[in-house]
Design a protein. Structure first.
Length: 360
């Protein structure tokens, strides 16, 4: 990564205050082309809503000849779904669509699968050209000068050369939650997988902003022809239902939860295990501000000191000026005791440890 890019992302992270592991993952995914012109990965930064503080990690698209399902999407981000989580996957999802400005969109967007629990929602969406044999669908994360090998297609051609050789028009496609959906549109992980030239499947996981069991999702789908700045837009609306089972568990400490070496104090730690993930919320105050102190948290086992398997995390500012570190871990049974480690996400200095136990 160039120094310019690194400085840019550091400025962004100063505002976002994502966990150290995620920042390293994001920076690493900005990898340069190797000798064969391939890239290690690409990252897309979705515009975050006010007070949002989680990051976006986007693995590269992978070419395939079969349908991409929820398990494939989770596997692409290094996660496995439990048997219980698989039972929550919905495949029959009634959807209504409305074109924006009465412009005919040449791509059909269909939500094939959904998975919802108390903390997040995941979707697998198929983007398919309405007219077969005419278009090459490409994610907005790529450019014509990128190599098709980045998409998992064998060969040394660029995307532009590939489309020209096959006589296909390139359409750049994208989809995401509209801001009036009960999810953070700027806090989502997105992966894509190519089925064939005119079929692209997209996986999205987003954080929930509301707690109710029934949710109305609103997706904004966009299509842009290569060389054009004009976007054709379509809105897809559908209902989601949270059938997961979970409850918030309070963790406390026998000592004051002051963070050594900082002005911060932890006020409450809530954890929640669902069939899909384990969610940790660390509420704390910090008069000097997390931006200045670089304060982040991570969970560890008491006996082994092993760090929990982090999926994503970050810090948001609450209305009263305090903070909440929201950490999502791969599904893990909530322990009777654990360790909350506080550290400087920039300097990697460990501030201290707080011994936690389930509240009686």
């Amino acid at each position: 990564m160039s120094n310019t890019n690194r400085d840019y992302y550091k400025r962004v992270y100063n505002k976002v205050n994502a966990s150290d592991e995620l920042k390293e993952r994001l920076m690493d995914m900005r990898g340069k082309r190797d000798r064969e012109g391939k890239k290690k990965g690409r990252m897309t930064w979705k515009a975050a809503v006010a007070a949002a503080a989680l990051v976006v990690v986007v693995p590269a698209g992978v070419y395939a000849a079969t349908h991409w399902g929820m398990n494939d999407f989770f596997s692409s981000t290094g996660r496995d779904l439990s048997k219980e989580a698989n039972k929550l996957i919905e495949t029959e999802i009634p959807q209504s669509k409305q074109e924006v400005a009465n412009l005919k969109i040449p791509v059909e967007f269909t939500v094939r699968e959904s998975l919802c629990d108390s903390g997040s929602v995941s979707l697998v969406i198929e983007a398919k050209a309405k007219e077969s044999g005419k278009y090459f669908l490409v994610s907005e994360d790529y450019q014509e000068t990128d190599y098709v090998s980045n998409l998992g297609i064998e060969g040394e051609e660029t995307i532009g050369e590939y489309a020209k050789r096959k006589g296909l028009d390139i359409l750049y496609v994208d989809t995401g939650f509209r801001q009036d959906s009960p999810f953070y549109p700027g806090m989502c992980n997105i992966s894509s997988k190519y089925i064939q030239d005119d079929i692209l499947e997209i996986g999205i996981t987003a954080k929930r902003t509301e707690d109710q069991k029934e949710l109305k999702a609103i997706m904004l789908n966009t299509v842009r022809a290569s060389g054009s700045k004009e976007e054709l837009k379509e809105v897809t609306t559908f209902e989601l239902k949270d059938n997961s089972k979970s409850k918030a568990v309070l963790y406390t400490s026998a000592d004051e939860m002051n963070v050594a070496g900082t002005s911060a104090k932890v006020t409450k730690v809530l954890m929640e295990e669902t069939e899909v993930s384990t969610y940790v919320r660390v509420y704390f105050t910090d008069p000097k501000g997390v931006e200045k102190e670089g304060l982040s948290f991570r969970m560890k086992d008491t006996e082994t000191s092993d760090e929990w398997d982090l999926y994503e995390g970050g810090v948001e500012t609450l209305e009263d000026g305090s903070y909440c570190a929201r950490l999502t871990y791969n599904k893990k049974q909530l322990p009777e005791k654990c360790v909350l480690e506080a550290y400087d996400c920039w300097e990697k200095e460990i501030f201290g440890h707080i011994e936690l136990s389930k509240a009686k």
